[in-house]
Design a protein around this ligand. Structure first.
Ligand code: SAH
Length: 519
């Protein structure tokens, strides 16, 4: 691959390649397959302010991120500087994904970046994106063309080059009888509306402002050319937003389809460990929610694991009853991996005086994959119930080996200790949380602004992971949906407002979320 690229660039040193890509208007489901592929495969991702947290959260761990957008209180990185960063990264031999909002060639200065790459002989590809000019009206129920109302549409920038006045050909636009779509036009809204009226457009022409389109925070204001800018003041328009002018605006009420999605308008943060996150996120998206998948929460094995080696080594030597206790499927998987790495023969572990307990059906099923059928499984999926179930079955003075996460639930211990059992806690893995800096800032800011409606937790460790990854968050403001009592108790410790799903399953979580959305 490297030598191929060398050939293509025709230069002495192997260069990387740049994918100049559009990430769409905000809704992550509008990403193209090609952009998703390069989000997974690029070495470095250079992105700006319009890329939503929902989209950023889909970038896998281990990528380099370079933010070139506006930061609160700071100016944007200048275009010239962005061009230099692109060149520097590509020349270092990296595969660079340059991610821009909407489509890269619709007012995104994508052309300037390509010019610069072409001039330096850096190979590049363009990945078109879904532009806000088309998608934002669609999500507001507005077809930009319609046989009875508009047979053309025109996308216009309302932004002036630095230090200059905007130059909009109002006379020409007023004659077109098409739908007019202004991007970057909010500051100049009054000027634009007046300009069109002065050029002869009927002041009663329907006009709309569409804000934060395709995201959970999308809003629309439908008015007329004469009243739009005044109405927009009351509406308190925020950016990004587009201005739409034309008869098609009147259809928005009739075609308002997003309001029929049960979770539309909700932004939900999911915190399942990456390995199994997408099913819940996928279901929530189908129902209309915007989902940020907190990508930071992954499990890391405790290795080398001397404690495990010593304890397993002593199982054979002790004649009293011993219990191996598993509290998660990932614990079971890690256990098997580690005994293999320790070169421990299973015949020395699963002896006749060794019993096995599993916290719930998921863990029990995972054990069955390895040919082990649990002796004990509590009725309810929680640590306290597991402790009681074992205490009820175990012979006096049995040795209880807990094979679980570091900092596992405290609630497992009292029932075991009260029954006089000898407990040994063996951490097999830990939950690690390190969130990319801009994503962390974005999520914390959204949380402060009340834009995160719910957070889902599927284990106590995801609660801890969340708190660790986002230290700036006021946890008492979090509305948490938890998969069981144990998870809920952990969330309660941080003062979160909790809701618990009836059962320990994705479907049951979804039902609970639907129920909350109705309130
Ligand atoms: N290349 C982008 C446009 C970049 S210019 C595209 O194809 O969409 C930035 C302007 O796009 C903003 O000022 C706003 O007018 C518009 N915009 C981008 N995302 C938007 C969104 N989600 N909702 C409303 N307007 C949006």
């Amino acid at each position: 691959m490297e030598s191929q690229q060398k050939k293509k660039t025709g230069k002495g040193s192997p260069s990387g390649k740049v994918w100049l890509a559009g990430a769409g208007p905000g809704d992550a489901s509008l990403l193209t397959l090609k952009v998703k592929k390069w989000m997974d495969e690029a070495d470095v991702i250079i992105y700006d302010a319009l890329i939503s947290a929902e989209i950023l959260s889909l970038i896998p761990d281990g990528k380099e991120w370079i933010y070139v957008g506006k930061r609160s209180g700071h100016h944007c990185v200048r275009q010239e500087e962005i061009n230099q960063i692109l060149l520097r990264e590509a020349k270092a031999g990296k595969n660079v994904l340059r991610l821009k909002g909407g489509d890269p060639f619709v007012f995104g200065r994508g052309a300037e970046e390509v010019e610069c790459l072409a001039a330096e002989g850096i190979p590049f590809e363009i990945i078109p994106g879904v532009t806000s000019a088309l998608a934002v009206p669609a999500y507001a129920g507005i077809p930009i063309t319609h046989r009875d109302f508009a047979s053309s549409f025109h996308v216009i920038t309302g932004h002036a080059k630095e230090g200059k006045k905007i130059e909009i050909p109002y006379d020409a636009l007023a004659k077109l009888n098409g739908t007019l779509i202004f991007l970057m036009g909010i500051t100049a809204m009054e000027e634009i509306c007046r300009g069109l009226i002065q050029a002869g457009m009927d002041e009663n022409t329907p006009a709309a402002v569409l804000e934060k389109g395709t995201t959970a925070r999308q809003r629309r204001l439908v008015s007329t050319l004469a009243r739009l800018w005044e109405d927009a003041k009351t509406f308190q328009v925020q950016t990004p937003a587009i201005i739409l002018v034309g008869k098609v605006c009147t259809l928005s009420e009739k075609f308002d389809w997003v309001k029929n999605l049960p979770l539309w308008g909700k932004q939900i943060l999911t915190t399942r460990p990456r390995q199994n996150s997408s099913r819940l996120a996928g279901r929530l998206r189908e129902l209309g929610a915007q989902v940020i998948e907190l990508p930071s929460i992954t499990t890391k094995p405790v290795w080398p694991n001397e404690v495990l080696g010593t304890i397993l080594g002593s199982i054979r030597e002790q004649e009293s009853e011993q219990w191996l206790v598993f509290t998660s499927p990932i614990g079971v998987q890690t256990f098997w991996k580690q005994i293999r790495m320790l070169k421990m023969d299973v015949r020395n572990v699963f002896l006749p005086h060794v019993k096995v307990a599993a916290i719930g059906s998921g863990t029990a099923k995972e054990l069955e994959q390895f040919g082990v059928f649990a002796d004990v499984m509590p009725r309810t999926f929680c640590a306290a119930a597991l402790g009681e179930a074992i205490a009820g079955e175990a012979a006096p003075k049995s040795r209880i080996v807990l094979l679980r996460a570091k900092q596992g639930s405290e609630e497992l211990l009292p029932p075991l200790k009260n029954a006089g059992l000898k407990v040994e806690d063996v951490p097999l893995y830990e939950t690690v949380c390190k969130l990319q800096e801009t994503l962390k800032e974005t999520i914390e800011k959204q949380q402060r602004q009340g834009e995160i409606d719910l957070v889902t937790f599927t284990s106590a460790s995801t609660v801890r992971g969340f708190v660790q990854a986002l230290p700036g968050i006021d946890t008492t403001k979090i509305r948490a949906v938890c998969i069981g009592e144990q998870t809920a108790n952990e969330a309660k410790r941080y003062g979160m407002q909790i809701q618990i799903s009836e059962e320990a399953s994705v479907e049951s979580m979804v039902l609970k979320i639907l129920e909350l959305a109705e309130d």
